[in-house]
Design a protein around this ligand. Structure first.
Ligand SMILES: NC(=O)C1=CN([C@@H]2O[C@H](COP(=O)(O)OP(=O)(O)OC[C@H]3O[C@@H](n4cnc5c(N)ncnc54)[C@H](O)[C@@H]3O)[C@@H](O)[C@H]2O)C=CC1
Ligand SMILES: Cc1ncc2c(c1O)C(=O)OC2
Length: 361
């Protein structure tokens, strides 16, 4: 699998980053044996001795995911040099004092802790330390970011409150910059579903990487976002592309950007029409829809990796294969002709520029 240098950090990033929300029991309780099998598969499916990249967060099951990562890595005696770990900071584990956790109700199954949001300089340092303790030696996250700043900013009720919240986020980044300067963390980044917020942060913070979610997909790839990606490339910032199935909908799932669209709702109709056209095209060209989504997501220069979730051990191999598979030019040309992807999309089977001779005529 392709490995790409991560910014100027000296770290390298494989083209597949494993999401770990399932280790925190996202939507369903997953047995510890299954979690261990998933972690084993990450390493079994990687190239011999190659680094394996993981993306986690203190919010995933109120710290359960990061705890299980540490436990499993130790049980499998994985060399810490082989682990590239990203921890998204901003949620701090607290004791559970109510029948159900108070954050993201109904999202995390069977968890025994609660979590509270902590941002600002000290809040982010608290989350960093707690994450390190939950993970445990000899492992340590090298990539750090503030978790979902877009959601935090979108939740503000007024311009003043948004400014205050942005201040908290930027104070958090001051802490992350210090961790990096001290050599405690290696790479600072931002992950967001709203890429405009990622851009807002990238304008104010010296970042090594950006994780886009739900944004740069085969279904949606606005030219303004491609221009932002170009800016990041020019600055040497590495891009990780995630939620490349728009949360599953593109490959037949129920969720689109984490909500359930309906065929009965006028505004959602184009989504279903797009999907039908896409899936038909895939059948005609004998291309797996998931492969088309993943190859598209990796196509802009500067995108080093895609992040994909693994809730079943046998999926790990499929995800690895999807990153390594390819789709023919004829498929991409047909996708542009059919309007499945933007005809002006510059990267896959681009329309050749007119030759100078033709331009003279
Ligand atoms: N704020 C941030 O930084 C965010 C980061 N992420 C990252 O992206 C990762 C992936 O996000 P997801 O929510 O899982 O979105 P996704 O777009 O990858 O969709 C996942 C869903 O697609 C379906 N699926 C996956 N592979 C399939 C296949 N081969 N065939 C058929 N269906 C398939 C499954 O239903 C699965 O639940 C996360 O684990 C996380 O690392 C995601 C959202 C936000
Ligand atoms: C799987 C998944 N779903 C939703 C979200 C995330 C995630 O990893 C995340 O990090 O922020 C929102």
């Amino acid at each position: 699998m392709r490995q790409t240098p991560l910014g100027q950090t000296g770290l390298t990033l494989p083209a597949l980053v494993h999401g770990t929300s399932c280790l925190g029991n996202l939507y369903e309780l997953v047995e510890d044996e299954t979690k261990l099998a998933i972690v084993r598969q990450w390493f079994a499916c990687a190239d011999e001795g190659a680094a394996v990249a993981l993306d986690t967060a203190g919010k995933y099951g109120a710290g359960l995911a990061i705890e299980k990562i540490g436990e499993s890595l130790r049980r499998l005696e994985i060399d810490p040099e082989r682990v590239v770990l990203s921890n998204k900071l901003g949620w701090f584990r607290t004791p559970l004092t109510t029948p159900e956790p108070t954050f993201e109700r109904g999202v995390w199954a069977g968890i025994e802790h609660d979590a509270e949001q902590r941002l600002g300089y000290q809040g982010v340092l608290d989350c960093w330390e707690q994450g390190n303790n939950l993970l445990g030696a000899p492992y340590r996250p090298q990539l750090v970011s503030i978790h979902d700043p877009d959601e935090h900013l979108a939740g503000a009720g007024s311009k003043t409150q948004r400014d205050d919240r942005l201040g908290e986020v930027l104070e958090g980044y001051r802490a992350l910059g210090e961790l990096r300067a001290a050599g405690e963390a290696r790479a600072v980044g931002v992950g967001a579903k709203d890429w405009r917020v990622a851009r807002e942060i990238a304008e104010r913070v010296d970042l090594d990487w950006v994780m886009l979610a739900n944004s740069l997909t085969i279904h949606r790839h606005p030219s303004e976002l491609l221009a932002f990606v170009d800016e990041l490339v020019a600055k040497g910032v590495t891009i990780i592309n995630s939620a490349v199935f728009n949360a599953g909908f593109l490959v037949g799932g129920r969720y689109y950007d984490y909500r359930v669209p309906s065929k009965e709702v006028e505004a959602d109709k184009p989504l279903f029409a797009w999907r039908e056209k896409f899936l038909t095209l895939c059948r005609e060209h004998d291309v797996e829809p998931s492969v088309a989504c993943v190859r598209f997501a990796l196509s802009p220069p500067g995108v080093a990796a895609v992040a994909m979730n693994t809730s079943r051990p046998e999926r790990v191999g499929e995800n690895t294969a999807a990153v390594e598979a390819d789709a023919p030019d004829s498929f991409w040309r047909a996708a542009k002709q059919a309007g499945v992807i933007d005809a002006a999309y510059p990267y896959l089977a681009p329309t050749p520029a007119p030759s100078p001779r033709k331009m003279r005529c």
